[in-house]
Design a protein around this ligand. Structure first.
Ligand SMILES: Cc1cc2nc3c(=O)[nH]c(=O)nc-3n(C[C@H](O)[C@H](O)[C@H](O)COP(=O)(O)OP(=O)(O)OC[C@H]3O[C@@H](n4cnc5c(N)ncnc54)[C@H](O)[C@@H]3O)c2cc1C
Length: 500
């Protein structure tokens, strides 16, 4: 190992959408800060952010039934849906700024308009969907949502789903045309190209193997260059651990107290992908169903039109499963090596609590292709096995921590930003709603880690994200304005794009 320390202002670990977003925000806020990125793989966006490893849903809570719950009095709680929708509007504003400033181009290479639909079957679920529609359609954030339980209308919206449907159970759907399909892999690569144009050093095939604090308050990283085996020491004033599933191990290495008593629970995924172009052409929407009883929220089945490699595709899934790896390219020892003296009790408590989930995930792994086809046939009754292949999706590491509400070892389904008390290091854990909310999550991180600079940065933040610091729900008059300006910049509406 070389004894020379290589100094920089900021180090971002991992070249996924989170580091790409944080790097792009910081480059606009403080162009002269030196930023270095270390990525252990050969290119950007190869893990969860890759287009084949996630579902590409621009999560705006337009169709995901798990973001709205039924309260004991039977009314529908849409507060989580409002939060996620507002976060997605923030992402769209930042992407629009990048496009309008010509920092990235061709928005259609990463974002496409696509109706978002929720589909349910059975009296109880139809009743729930109707109530949900009534609660949401009056809210300006969800304007334009339609509901139907008329089979003829549904056949118009969803020809593939309604053809050859023999069940006489009630069926209903909601549809909203302002949804999107986002190619987060393409966006990540575009953002890294942009960062490299701005002199950010992006070092691929370099893994960060250790992190420690130096006596002068900097963070020192031990970095291995996999091309030549050389190990170097790099120091920075601020480090972001954006290693996706790899973040927990790195956070533990940093030794910060905020990273203790936290564990990770990996959930793997499989998509079915349609290889028959005639079938692909008959569907044009993201259609989310309801998770089966006992299934975790990330395994809600959905049938999605996707735009990948400039081609329309059709994917179904994800089927959740269990693998001890924390990254798709990770190690079978990831889970076991994440158990430390400070989190062993938390992990054991979670293990005892989540037996049913573990059993469910293991059963899911064992499903044959034909059994998966049976689940797909709940969406497409006449789906043929020969038209579909299986593809392995990314790994999601759900956070396990002790909470007041859930007690010791509670499994979390959201994302968590963990920061040191002095803001010099931060890590992102968890996976949902994920990439769609990357901009809001990174803004929250910036606020926590750079409290001295945030006021000075506010004008630039408002230039990039006009509703920065403003709740859209409290200012409904802004909603239409934001929709129009982002739809125009991101070319989400043909008429607006033409009038640019
Ligand atoms: C099946 C599935 C479906 C999903 N669907 C959606 C969806 O529809 N919409 C949505 O918004 N989100 C979705 N997500 C979530 C979304 O994909 C993630 O939240 C997001 O991609 C995470 O980005 P990231 O940058 O944190 O991690 P990643 O993209 O995983 O990037 C982390 C990077 O860090 C690198 N790395 C790790 N350890 C080290 C190390 N020690 N040294 C150097 N480099 C390292 C890795 O190689 C990797 O490139 C889905 C995820 C999965 C798995």
């Amino acid at each position: 190992m070389s004894n020379r320390q290589i100094k920089t202002d900021v180090i971002l670990i991992g070249a996924g959408i989170m580091s790409a977003t944080l790097g792009s925000l910081l480059k606009e806020l403080v162009p002269d800060w030196e930023i270095t990125v270390f990525e252990k793989l050969a290119s950007a966006g190869e893990e969860s952010s890759n287009e084949w490893n996630n579902a590409g849903t621009g999560h705006a809570a337009l169709c995901e039934l798990n973001y709205t719950s039924e309260k004991p009095d039977g009314s529908i709680d849409i507060s989580k849906a409002i939060k996620i929708n507002e976060q997605f509007q923030v992402s769209k504003q930042f992407w629009s700024y990048l496009v309008s400033s010509k920092l990235i181009s061709n928005p259609q290479d990463f974002i496409m308009p696509l109706p978002h639909m929720s589909l349910v079957q059975g009296e109880q679920d139809v009743e729930f969907l109707k109530k949900r529609f009534e609660a949401m359609s009056n809210n300006p954030l969800f304007q334009g949502m339609e509901y139907s339980d008329d089979p003829e209308k549904l056949a118009e919206w969803l020809p593939l789903v309604m053809t050859d449907r023999t069940s006489d159970e009630p069926i209903a759907a909601t549809k909203i045309d302002s949804g999107t399909d986002v190619n987060f892999g393409a966006l990540t690569r575009m953002l890294f190209d942009h960062l490299q144009n701005k002199n950010v050093e992006v070092k691929y095939e370099h893994s960060v193997d250790d992190i420690k604090r130096t006596s002068d308050g900097l963070w020192e990283l031990k970095v291995k260059n996999h091309k030549n085996g050389v190990v170097q020491r790099h120091t920075a004033k601020f480090v972001f651990i954006g290693g996706g599933g790899g973040s927990l191990h790195l956070l533990q290495k940093s030794g910060i107290p905020e990273g203790k008593h936290i564990g990770g629970f990996p959930v793997s995924g499989i998509f079915m992908v349609c290889k028959n172009p005639d079938v692909v052409e008959q569907h044009h929407a993201k259609v989310y169903g309801k998770a089966k009883v006992g299934a975790p929220p990330m395994s809600v089945p959905h049938l999605d039109t996707r735009y990948i490699d400039n081609k329309k595709s059709l994917l179904f899934g994800p089927f959740a499963g269990f693998s001890p790896k924390f990254l798709k390219t990770g190690s079978m020892f990831d889970l076991i090596t994440s158990v430390k003296p400070n989190n062993v009790l938390t992990m054991l408590a979670a293990g005892a609590k989540e037996m049913a989930l573990t059993k469910y995930l293991i059963q899911q792994v064992m499903l044959s292709k034909e059994q998966r086809m049976e689940e797909l046939r709940e969406f497409i009754p006449n789906a043929k096995s020969e038209d579909w292949d299986m593809v392995v999706a990314g790994q999601r590491v759900q956070v396990i921590k002790d909470t007041e509400a859930g007690g010791k070892g509670t499994l979390q389904f959201g994302t968590e930003v963990i920061t040191a008390a002095d803001g010099s290091i931060a890590a992102l854990l968890g996976a949902s709603p994920g990439a769609s909310t990357a901009v809001s999550v990174m803004l929250e991180l910036i606020k926590k880690c750079f409290p001295q600079q945030i006021n000075e940065w506010e004008p630039k933040l408002k230039e990039m994200i006009p509703t920065y610091g403003v709740s859209l729900m409290a200012h409904p008059e802004l909603i239409q304005e934001i929709h129009t300006s982002t739809d125009r910049a991101l070319e989400l509406s043909k008429e607006l794009a033409l009038s640019k």
